[in-house]
Each structure stands twice: as C-alpha cells, then as structure tokens.
Design a protein around this ligand. Sequence first.
Ligand code: IVH
Length: 697
Amino acid sequence: MTTIPSAPADLLADEAAYLDAVARARQAADAYYGSGESGMDDDTYDRLLRGITAWEVEHPDLVAADSPTREVAAGVTSGDVEHAVRMLSLGNVFSEEDLRDWAASVERRLGGRAVAAWVVEPKLDGVALAARYREGKLVQLVTRGDGSTGEDVSHVIGDLTGLPQELTEPVTVEVRGEVLMTEAQFAAANEARAAHGGAVFANRRNASSGSLRAKDRPYRVQQTFFAYDALTDPAHTSDPGLADLPHSELIGRLEELGLGTTLGTPVGTFACADLDEVLARITAIGTLRPDLPYELDGAVIKADLPADRAEAGFGSRTPHWATAYKYPAAQKITTLLAVEWSVGRTGVIAPRAVLEPVEVGGTTITYATLHNPADIRRRDLMIGDQVTVYRAGEVIPRVEGAMTTLRTGAEQVIEFPDACPRCGAGIDRSQERWRCERGRVCGQVEAIRYAVARDCLDIEGLGEKIVVQLVEKDLIEDFADLFTLTRGQLLDLDRMGEVSADKLVDAIAGAKTRPLNRVFCALGVLGTGRSMSLRIATYFGSMDAITAADAAALELVDGIGGEKAPVIVAEVAELAPVIAKLKAAGVNLDQPGWVPPAAPDAESDAEPGEGLPLAGLAVVVTGGMSGPLADYTRTQMNELIARAGGKASSSVSKKTGLVVAGENAGSKLAKAADLGIETITPEQFAERIAEFLAAPA
Ligand code: IVH
C-alpha cells in the first residue's frame, strides 16, 4: 500500500522550543474544546504533538506539567457530568511501518502471543458523545470533555439520527460514538443559520460541536450518531452478555438495539485475521472516503476480542489495544490573502480565493474556488480571515468558511467588481453567477482558443497571437469563421510565412471532419465539457437533432437534469448563427457510427447499442494508455467507448462494468478491485473493440 507521511513530527531544537510548542498546542486545544474553532487544523496539531512527544521521550525529566500528552483532550476543563469510565482518546499511526510497530507492541503486551483477531472501522470525524439509556429510554447525552467529566447536552435528544429515544429492548446501557453532520445535514444547518442572520460554519466539525452545545437556538439542527463502543462491564449495564462479545458482534448488537452504526455501509466494521487484511481494509476505506456523505480522518484498528483487550490494557490517555491510522488531511486552515475575479470564455465572472500556500492531501494549494458573489456573502468571508480549505478526492479545492471568532479586526471587506474585469462593460447580475453583459463576445479570444484546442477541433498552429490578430483585424468573430478564411488573409498576418499559412489552411480543412461531439464541445455551451458533449452527440447523432431538442428531450441524456436542460436549450438557440456558418462551410455535424438510443417507453427491452461489444457497459479509463491505444487522448478513448456501444464515465462506482487500467493507475484501480469490477489492460481492451479502432476518430 502507499503511505503518505502526512504528519511527521515537528522537530524541536531545545527546551525553549519545546515549551513554546506546548503552549501553542494547549492554546489550540483550549480553543477547540471551548469555542470549537482552534485555528489549527488536525494535521498541524498532530505534527506538533508528535514533536512534543518525541522531545519528551528524550527528556523525560523535563516534561512540562501542562503538556498536552498528559491528559485526554489536552486536559481542557469542561462540564460537570462525570464519566463512569473515562472516555479515552486514540494514538495515531501514519504508515504501514508505524502500524506494524504498534501491532508488535500490542503483541508484546500479550506476552508475545498474536492478537486473535483485529477489527477495522472508519475513524469518523465528528464529536465524541456518550448516550445513556435507562431501561431502554434515552435519558442523558454527555460530551467527552476532558475524558473524566463532560458537558450535559441532553437538549439535543431527538435531533440525532441513530440515537433513538427508545431502544428496541429495555436495556440499561451507555453507548459511545461520534456525532457528525452528513453533507446534507451540514447544508441544512448552514441554511438555518444563515436564515437567522449567522455566518455559515467554517467546517463540519465546528458545525457539529457548535450545534451540540448551543442551548438556546431558535432553530433545530439534525445530526447523525454512529455508535462505536458501549460500557459492557456488567457493573454498568443490565445486559451482562455484552461483556463477552467480540467488538464486531457488539456493534451488531447495538444495531439490533436500534442504534446507528456504520455496519450497513461499505466502510462498516470488518473483522480481519491478520495485519495484511487490516492494511487492505485501511486502503479500501481510504479509497471509499471521497465518496462518503460524511467525513473520515482515518481508520481505527482495534483488537476484536475482550480477552485480548483486557490483557493489553490501557495507558493514561489511550487504550493499548486500539489505534488510529490517519489519512492525509483533506482539509487545512490557512489565510485568505485576496480574491481575484476572472472572466471565463462564456463571460461568467468568477471569484477565486488566493491563499497563503498550504499543503492539502499531498498538493500545495494556492487558489481555491469561491463559486460566485452570493457564495462569498453567505460564507461571510473577509480578506485576512483564517479559512478552512478542502480538497476531497479529485475535486478542485474549495473554501468552506471562515473562523470568524479568530478575527483580529485587521480583516478587510472583499471588493466586488462593478464592471467586467476584462472589457469594462456592465455586469449582468440577474443570476447568482455574474456575467459580462457582452456574454461570450467578451471572451471571444478565449472562446476561439477553447474551440481549437486538442479536446475540441484540435487545430494545430493556431496560437493565441494568431487568434488575437484574426479578431482584431475583424477577420473572425467566432470559430466558425475560421473555415472560410483564405490563405491570402492568413498571409497578411504578422510573422506568417507561406509554409505556416499552408499548414494552417490544411489543419483547418482537416478539422472539418471531426466527429459531432468535438464540434459541439467547441461551441462552448455552458455546462457541457468534453464528456457531456460526447454524451449529447451520441444520444442525438446530429446537430440538427440537437438544435431541435427541447428541454424534456435533453433531460433524457445521462447527467442532464432539470436545471441544466433549459440552459443548454437557450445556449444552443443563441448559437444558431454559429451553427449555420459551420453548416455552410461544410463542417461535419454528424456523429460517426451513430446508433439511435432505445426509446424509454419502447416495448422491447433491448439495451442501447445492442450487438456492440460494450453495449450497456459503463467503462472507466484510468492510468496511461499503451499498445495500439498509446496515442489516444482521454477524449479519443471516450469516443471509442461510445462507438463500441459503451458509456464512458470518469469515476468508479457500483454501476461501473469495466475498468481499463493502464500504467500508474491509482485509486480508481484500487476501488475497482475493492468492488470486484472487471479490470483489463489497454492491450486487452484494444483487442476487445478491435473492429472500432480502424473507424474514423
Ligand atoms: S474508539 C477507547 N472508534 O476518535 C476507544 N473512536 O482520536 C476510544 N472516533 O475520541 C475511541 N471514530 O471521538 C473509536 N470507530 C471509532 C472512532 C473513534 C471516531 C473518535 C472518537 C475518539 C477520537 C480519538
């Protein structure tokens, strides 16, 4: 498995550096358990703590009395409900090597005997909570606090999915688990907060902890609870059988009692016989992580049997029989330095955040998307704010929100443009997304550059300088005009020799035979990139059919919903003059090898493209292509898949039927293996669709 050293220790040079680190960790922990906003992200905190621990190992006599390594939750004072059994924290490992070392230490505690069985479950990124049931009735909710005492938050009883007010049996038991917000719950919480004049939460955990602890909110916020533990000692429960259950069965029993657990989910609790199986589960959970509706920051590895646990025992802060394997952080906190406004090729004016560079999940991030002006207002952002930045899966990084409690007063209001930043024309503010009043005319050069790029018309030799000259000399207004340019007109351009002009004339003529999906993509219709264009072209088969389609017809194309369809119809109508010019110039406007899709209400249940080798198959291509496909771009691969009756898709899911994995394939390959999806090499794929390789691209 690959391991990314997400949190090596901060190196501390001397005692002064050590004491400074202790003070910083303490301040962050106090703030985190106090306001819920620490201004230090987990990764930074982990690094600091590891540095502190490393220094303390070397200097055991100089350990500070208030070192965060000494207490659970860094010893923050908290509420006033005592925990019958302390709520502990977990140690961390960051690599396979760390994990094997830790497992060896557990086995030493068992007198050299192997751990009988392991169990692996997700490390849910929320807030720890103890739920007390008396004779089956939920009577009290207590936060972890400092581990010994926590805060009573019983006022949220009824707001937590997974914590029923009554169990299925009249059992007395204390259940422990994590409270978190799913994506949808987070959106709803932010909406409710914004509706009551508040700023949106900086991130989900802050939202969870803030919503749990706020007593007098005029609105209610739903959250989700997942149980991962219970007080099973007969001294604490009316169900003495619990004490003997392996962890994997205990979770099943909690589920049976009506509690929320991760059991039914793909990342649920899995028993593993040995460390290799444990590592495979850790990888599997990590692969599934970007697609889950809730956040994970790691996997938890526990000894499964009560007997092993009893023998391994507990340290002062953590059990010896469990640890957390931390994944590289998907979120970090950094400073918002500025907001830049750029104008896209369709005239959309988009803000983007300029950030103090920060490393998230192995990549340094300097820019993040801010969507639109309304979004900036909703998030109540200011220049100079500490903001949470996310980079989940392959998504573009985004700014979630600001730590408003950390403001110093030096923050500055974000200025919104009052004219188009590119051409100075007015701004159309009728929609959330602002647009230059001149629309795509404003982005003429960008639009033409987009149309001739590799994934669209692929016209070589048409660089920016030439496009700018063509536009400035009024020789072209849009890319359709390229097809009527003469050699003489090209020769009039600065620094254009005969050879280059001839080459360009040939390249433009060659582009007349591109398949419909490329030509449609070149139109730059809002919301249609290369893969959506391919889907539209393979569905309709000709430009005439596309221009004749209404919103209802467009919605039959996979991935086009009720919001997108009318936008596409309007855009296509607006582009009618361009399409007419293309037609007049003899540009191909048909999809080669087109097979009409089966009508949705057709009697027969034939698959679309029946008889073709990939009929009805969702195909994902990942990694580098080789063999006969070595020179195929992703767009060409997708076109090939469509010609052979399949559907190209970019992410692996249960619906994927085939994965073509080339060199250096990464997480998609791992996920396919995990889901048991057929995976073949580019060479095997080429053989399977050989008859389509020769067809025109
Ligand atoms: S077991 C005695 N299991 O992680 C064992 N904790 O860093 C203590 N957490 O305070 C906890 N998912 O809030 C356990 N599957 C899981 C967990 C989990 C998330 C949290 C929990 C704990 C923190 C420790």
